[in-house]
Each structure stands twice: as C-alpha cells, then as structure tokens.
Ligand binder design. Structure first.
Ligand code: DX5
Ligand code: ZN
Length: 218
C-alpha cells in the first residue's frame, strides 16, 4: 500500500471551506483529516457536527475524524451518520477503550486510537489487534501550527515493533508539525499516514505542496 497524506481541515479557510474541500478532492491527498475539539479534553474548541455535515456533502475522499473530546461514546452513532469513515478517539479520554472501539466498528466505521506525546506505546499492547489505526500525536493536541516533537520517531519504531509482533493490520498515523523536513524520516521509521495542516494550507500552492509531500513519501 502507498503511504498516505491527510490534510487537516483545521487549517483551512472556514470562510472558503468548499473551495478548500475541492482543492483536497482534486489533489494527490488521500484523506480528509477532521479535528473535533471540545474545549475540555483540549484547551480549544474547533467545530462540530453542522460543519462536518457540510464537509461530508462535498468531500470525495475518506473522512478521517480525530475526536479530541471527553466521553466520545456519546457521539459514535452521530459521527457515523455524518459520514465519518474512520473514527479516532483518545486513549486518555476513554475509560472503557475496548468497548468504545467495538462500538465504533459496530457503527460501520474503522476504529482508531490517538495517544498524546507523553503516553507510552505500551498502553496499546492489549488493544492493538482490534485497531485499524493508531494516531501518534507529535504535538500536544489542541492547536495547529505547533512544532514537531522529536521523541515521536522513537515511538513510531516501538509501535511498528508492536504491530509486527502482534500481526495487527493497523496503520500508523502521525499528527502534528508534519512538513517536508520530517515527512521522509517519519515514513522511513514506520509511519503510513501523515496529517498535515498548516504546512499545506499556509503554502502558496497547497495542491502542489500536497503533491510534493506525496511524492516525497512514496
Ligand atoms: C492538533 C490536531 C492536528 C492539527 C495538525 O490537535 O490534531 O490534526 O490540525 O496541524 P499542523 O499540521 O499544523 O500541526
Ligand atoms: Zn488531528
């Protein structure tokens, strides 16, 4: 499988959202990465269901939803109904993670778990086999445009070893501070999906920037 680019819509121009969605549709990008923040789990509020509904109407690629919210179980069916293809919850926000993952799958979506920069890979040992995706946060969640945390490389290697050892088919997604400076190395150590927000949307030519990233990692 080729390695994937998932532009984060958090960095799009919300007053020109349809334009930016079409840009992603017509680019070499693979997924739409959608960041939902509740102002409780993370110190920021992004956008919610009505905006996701509008995005889904126009998006022609996989919709990868990253929930940065407490008690995500309350909204699993809602996110399925809104067109999410992959639903990722935070390890740190789920008391009964196994149950949450099963509920995501029962609702017809692929299931992901995100872990914060300080959370060790070892906590995934007994859930990895059930996951379609692990999202390693390479910044502290809550904001776009932060700098990449270097310790992520080590965690990718550890996660890759765990995936190989357990024969899990789960993908490794990296979220935060991805640029053309680190993309290649991230893939080399084991990542499969790179989320890129500000690097893509603050570029003069986002379509070209996506194409360059995609080429860099394949
Ligand atoms: C951070 C979000 C990221 C963010 C990435 O909490 O989960 O998806 O949008 O943005 P950049 O690529 O600007 O770090
Ligand atoms: Zn994200």
């Amino acid at each position: 499988m080729s390695n994937l680019i998932a532009p984060s819509i958090l960095a799009a121009d919300f007053a020109n959202l349809q334009r930016d969605i079409e840009m992603v549709n017509n680019s070499d990008a693979d997924w739409f990465h959608i960041d939902i923040m509740d102002g409780v789990f993370v110190p920021n509020i992004s956008f919610g269901m009505p905006v996701l509904k509008s995005i889904s109407k126009h998006a022609k690629k996989t919709i990868d939803v990253h929930l940065m919210i407490v008690d995500p179980d309350r909204y699993i069916q809602t996110f399925a109904d809104l067109g999410s293809n992959i639903l990722t919850v935070h390890y740190e926000a789920c008391t009964h993670l196994h149950r949450t993952i099963q509920a995501i799958k029962a609702a017809g979506m692929k299931a992901g778990v995100a872990i914060n920069p300080h959370t060790p890979i070892a906590v995934l040992e007994d859930i990895i086999i059930d996951l379609d995706l692990v999202c390693l946060m390479s910044v502290n969640p809550g904001f776009g445009g932060q700098s990449f945390i270097e310790n992520t490389y080590k965690k990718i290697q550890q996660l890759k070893n765990l995936i190989d050892f357990t024969k899990s088919s789960c993908l490794i997604e990296i979220d935060g501070g991805v640029t053309n400076q680190n993309a290649n190395k991230l893939i080399e150590v084991g990542a499969n999906v790179l989320v890129a927000g500000s690097y893509v949307f603050s570029a003069k030519n986002p379509t070209e920037t996506i194409a360059e990233l995609k080429k860099l990692i394949n």
